[in-house]
Design a protein around this ligand. Structure first.
Ligand code: TUI
Length: 307
């Protein structure tokens, strides 16, 4: 398979990464209408997720996906929405989705788990995944331990299903590099976060637009839930607490509701501003169509250099 577009019935091999509280129907519809695959985040109250799916169905006849965050507590309900609304693609993150895979596959939904290791990629292939998204720790949010550069080719060598690369990809050069590693598509979150159609608070966008290469930090290494975010008052307090009071309840209190605080309230000092390492090169707000067309041009220019 040369690219993932045929499997997913889309024009370009670009998937928009799900971002908790951020990727709603507005963003997903804009990406799908521009020829990529938009993904609605399934993280949040079930009725909210249901209404975002309904809005997307009304706004586009192009395929879009729903992401299942496997650490959420209403996950059974969200998993059922895939079948109820006949969502064409499901991506999963932060855990092992095998419990739900038969149900989704029986419905004809394409199942694409995000994996942080070769072992999980192999297990997902055995359970019938249609493809895997291999996410390196350059990504924003909840991350694994390996980088995209080292993990993607190792997974490519270990499975026979299509591999989609994620983490650290923000332009056409990143797609070209991913294809060189054996991937047939890419997933990008941070670049779409600053798109015009993304409804995240403007303060959050501005923070990403202004970020430099060294501005992300990983919190939660000690708790087993590492999360990549932009450095601010919250990360300074959190990292200090991790050093002086590891495993304390205070850590949980500090982290609770922090993402929503940044995304919805725009409190980018005390909230969790999740973003990937490529934030440093994301410095303009564009429509999703402009982003995708610019990236595809860069990608084709890269390929032409090697002809
Ligand atoms: O899921 C993500 N990134 C996320 S989810 C998220 S939601 C949230 N997080 C914290 C606070 C509030 C909301 C933010 N970012 N990426 C996909 C991903 N999945 N990265 C790593 C993994 C992963 C890790 C372990 C996938 C499977 C896994 O398996 C463990 C097992 O059970 O075998």
């Amino acid at each position: 398979m040369k690219n993932i577009a045929d499997l997913l019935n889309i024009k370009y091999p670009i998937i928009q990464g799900a971002m908790a509280w951020i990727s709603d129907s507005s963003l997903a519809v804009a990406v799908s209408e521009a020829g990529g695959l938009g993904i609605i985040s399934g993280y949040g109250p079930t009725e909210h997720v249901r209404s975002e799916i309904e809005k997307a169905k009304k706004a586009t006849d192009k395929p879009f996906g729903l992401n299942i965050m496997l650490m959420a507590d209403n996950i059974d309900e969200i998993a059922n929405l895939i079948v109820e609304y006949d969502v064409k693609v499901v991506t999963t993150g932060a855990g092992n989705p095998s419990k739900y895979m038969e149900m989704w596959k029986n419905n004809g939904t394409k199942v694409i788990p995000v994996v942080p290791s070769v072992a999980l990629a192999k297990r997902m292939e055995k359970y019938g995944a249609d493809a895997v998204i291999v996410e390196g720790m350059e990504a924003g949010g909840h991350i694994g331990q390996l980088t995209t550069m080292s993990l993607v080719p190792q997974v490519v060598d270990s499975v026979n299903i299509p591999v989609i690369a994620a983490g650290g990809i923000g332009d056409g050069r990143g797609i070209a590099a991913s294809f060189m590693l054996g991937a047939v598509g890419v997933q990008m979150g941070t670049r779409f976060l600053v798109s015009k159609e993304c409804t995240v608070h403007q303060n959050y966008k501005d923070r990403v637009l202004k970020a430099k290469d060294i501005d992300t930090e990983v919190t939660g290494m000690s708790t087993g839930h590492p999360i990549r975010v932009l450095r601010n008052r919250l990360t300074r307090e959190y990292l200090k607490l991790e050093r002086v009071k590891p495993n304390s309840e205070e850590l949980e209190v500090l982290g609770k509701g922090a993402l929503r605080k940044a995304v919805v309230d725009g409190d980018v000092e005390n909230g969790s501003v999740m973003a990937g390492q490529i934030a440093g090169m994301v410095n303009k707000e564009q429509t999703c169509k402009e982003i995708i067309e610019e990236i595809m041009k860069e990608f084709n220019d890269c390929l032409a250099r090697f002809k």
